[in-house]
Design a binder for this molecule. Structure first.
Ligand code: PMP
Length: 459
């Protein structure tokens, strides 16, 4: 344990999220104290490049004064108001208007919540409500993907394909949640199979599941354009092109979970643009406020909105809402964030620096620990492999990903090990010089991990 009262209190009283709590109980946590651009500093003064932008969210880094000012101004004008009972406020209305202006075609209305989980949870509720209004009460099952990540509520953790978020939580709940294979081409393609053939196989599996369950029972398919929590996995070529016609044919809605990809991460405003997706519902959060305030949005199409009106007529009210959904301070920060993205041409910036980012990481393909590097825009995953020639992964019990993450940390770089994939999603404002430093520190971390493994093997 660290001999510091803050760290002692942390161990004594605080339950960390998504953490090995047994290890935390013994060793405590790294507590961050301040930020500057793409850098953060811990309570002991150590500096790190935050190559995960926190949790894929601090797009404008950790010291954007304009966002603090926008929050302060709104706190003075109207610190709180809700959007229940036909009341509301300007920041929520203006932000909804702005989001629809930016959104893929066909989306017309916005619901606000505080988190990505709630955005997807709301999407699930609306889908069930919609199918009840249109006289299809049997059409309720939802399809997610293995290693997909859609949130932590009871429903969204059920929809996610993350075993550790379900085991011992008695999830998935009920029989409405189905899963198809993970589209990690590098890991799961068969010998000689091209990306297009792999995508066709994924699509055939989806269609077989729909036929087995009966299309009349299936309401929606949820997908992240690039899978984040699954390991920063970009879809193989032709994947979404193969899947979308099948969903259309069977009257199944497509929900694009843009909680990570939205607002420039993939080099376009939306991951949907990057991959040619036409969603019926789009959920977003994180970079919507550059993470300076908790806020998420669920964007819906006109037919779904019409169902909400019909249901409201039937029941006297639309029976859904959160006290802090569309909080005025969060919406004011969201509006300022979107203004900064436009003024600084943030999407263009991502396109300009992405080659340095992707090539810089791809250079590690030659490292003895690295099997594959894939990414798009400013999101990438580095897959560690025990034997590259045979694509044999490490024994998960060895926790090689965690070792690399730890050695990177010691080199002043925050990355995230997802199993044995190392994820990178730096703040969108990162410069080429900072990318070069990030890659240098990653090299140091990889080398240190490799040396530690060799030392262990030789004892
Ligand atoms: N969807 C995706 C794709 C995510 O990555 C996350 C969080 N990482 C969520 C939903 C849940 O968001 P939150 O943690 O804000 O509830």
């Amino acid at each position: 344990m660290r001999p510091n009262s803050l760290h002692a209190a942390d161990i004594a009283h605080f339950v960390h999220q998504q953490t090995d709590l047994a290890d935390h109980h013994e060793h405590g946590a790294v507590l961050m104290a301040r930020g500057d651009g793409v850098h953060v500093f811990d309570t002991e003064g150590r500096e790190y490049i935050e190559a995960m932008a926190g949790l894929w969210c601090a797009s404008l880094g950790f010291s954007e004064k304009r966002l603090a000012d926008a929050a302060y101004k709104q706190l003075l004008a109207l610190p709180y108001y809700h959007t229940f009972f036909q009341k509301g406020h300007e920041p929520a209305v203006r932000l909804a208007e702005k989001l629809i202006e930016l959104a893929p075609a066909g989306l017309t209305h916005v619901l606000f919540q505080c988190s990505g989980s709630e955005a997807n949870d709301a999407a699930i509720k609306l889908i069930w409500y919609y199918n009840n209004q249109r006289g299809k009460p049997q059409k309720k099952k939802l399809i997610g993907r293995i290693r997909g990540y859609h949130g932590n509520t009871v429903a969204t953790a059920s929809l996610s394909g993350q075993p550790h978020m379900q085991a011992d939580f008695d999830l998935p709940l009920g029989d409405r949640f189905l899963h198809v294979s993970n589209p990690n081409y590098y890991r799961f393609h068969q010998p000689g199979e091209t990306e297009l053939q792999f995508s066709a196989r994924m699509a055939a599996e989806l269609e077989a599941l729909i036929e087995r369950e009966g299309a009349e029972t299936i309401a929606a398919f949820f997908a992240e354009p690039v899978q984040g929590g699954g390991g920063a996995i970009t879809p193989p070529q032709g994947y979404f092109q193969a899947i979308q016609p099948i969903l259309k044919k069977h009257d199944i809605l497509f929900v694009a979970d843009e909680v990570i990809c939205g607002f420039g991460r993939t080099g376009n405003m939306w991951g949907c643009e990057t991959y040619g997706i036409t969603p019926d519902i789009l959920t977003c959060a994180k970079q919507l406020t550059a993470a300076y305030q908790p806020l998420s949005a669920t964007l819906i199409s006109a037919p779904i909105h019409e169902a909400l009106i019909q249901g409201s007529k039937k029941h006297g009210s639309f029976g859904h809402g959160f006290t802090y959904g569309g909080h005025p301070v969060a919406c004011a920060v969201g509006l300022e964030t979107l203004a900064i993205y436009a003024e600084r041409d943030m999407v263009g910036h991502v396109q300009r620096v992405a080659p340095a980012f992707l090539n810089g990481l791809a250079a590690f393909r030659g490292h003895p620990l690295v099997g594959d590097v894939r990414g798009v825009g400013l999101i990438a995953g580095v897959e560690l492999m025990a034997d590259k020639a045979t694509r044999t992964p490490f024994d998960p019990a060895r926790k090689i990903g965690i070792l690399v993450q730890q050695k990177c940390h010691e080199a002043g770089l925050v990355v995230r090990a997802i199993g044995d994939r190392i994820a990178f999603t730096p703040p969108l404002i990162i410069t080429e010089a900072e990318i070069a430093l990030m890659c240098r520190r990653f090299g140091q971390g990889l080398d240190a991990a490799w040396m530690a493994m060799r030392e262990e093997a030789s004892v």
